[in-house]
Design a protein around this ligand. Sequence first.
Ligand SMILES: C[S@@+](CC[C@H](N)C(=O)[O-])C[C@H]1O[C@@H](n2cnc3c(N)ncnc32)[C@H](O)[C@@H]1O
Length: 342
Amino acid sequence: MTVAPVHEAVTTLRKLALAAGQAAALRAAAQLGVADALGDEPATAAQLATAVNAEPGTLDRLLRALTTHGVFAAQGERYVHTATSRLLRTDTPRSLRDMVLWATEPWTWSVWPQLADAVRTGKGVFAEVHGKDFFTYLYEDAPDSAEVFNRAMTQASRLSSQSIAEALDIRGPVTVVDVAGGHGDLLTTILGEDSEVRGVLFDLPGALDDVDPRLREGGLFGDRASLVTGDCREAVPVAADVFILKNVLEWDDESTVATLRNVAGAAGPGGRVVVIENLVDGSPETGFTTTMDLLLLLNVNGRKHLRQSLLRLVAEAGLVVTDVHPVGPYLHMIDCAVPERP
Ligand SMILES: C[S@@+](CC[C@H](N)C(=O)[O-])C[C@H]1O[C@@H](n2cnc3c(N)ncnc32)[C@H](O)[C@@H]1O
């Protein structure tokens, strides 16, 4: 064994062991609003500290730590933006600031330490730590966190909604329902593609409280959109031609199959059901999907699926897969049909 690989291994492990600190540094920068305070001109930590109400010396240390990961860059004693740090700004259309806040919310720090237990038992830990399931906790006990969660989902959706709407190619006088569609970013994009298409947004009441105003009465799509609240594991009481489930089937297998069966029942024979997911073995972002897979284990006793594990559940729910193909940079679209009755 030579010295260099050992040194590399030591460096890798030391860096990984402190990765929580990197997430915390990102969160701190997002909370302080440093990216918004830094414009196109280079600025010193002292100048930025005045703008964000921080202590200049410690802000300098925070920024130095972030620059080692390409978040901001140092030019002598001054800092400038990088493509990555610009995503922390609130005024950029591709902002991921809420995504960063969501991935580092206080509840995440309360469940990560239980990972060994979850791996031993094969079960999530959220209810044990917080006394109730994740979404009940979010909407009942942590409204600010719920708001961050839904904004983060919208930010993530914006990365792919246009490509998904184009790939779905829903045209003419048909009705589409986005099941567990969050604030409605994908649905508004689909409705924007064809003025004949009607849309239904279905989600838990807490999610629809702050729905995209364009879907409300008087909004741009208000006359073609309706909002329905409910639990998709219990029933999906909506009549539609196309049912979409994007980044929903990430909880326990039982909930996934129950939801798919409810959707298949609502769609009826010949109906179209489209599942859209990041697949662990079909994503260019392996680091993201595999870590998210572990977080989903902890919070909803769920997972990011492998292609085969998801297709197995789709089949178990009685749907027939007609096509599987990549959509957008990170996702796969699984087009299914409800079989005609024998
Ligand atoms: C990961 S988010 C995905 C949101 C949206 N489909 C997207 O891709 O941006 C999961 C969504 O499922 C909703 N949800 C969770 N449990 C639900 C349930 N039992 N019934 C209906 N919606 C649920 C959440 O409120 C949230 O909007």
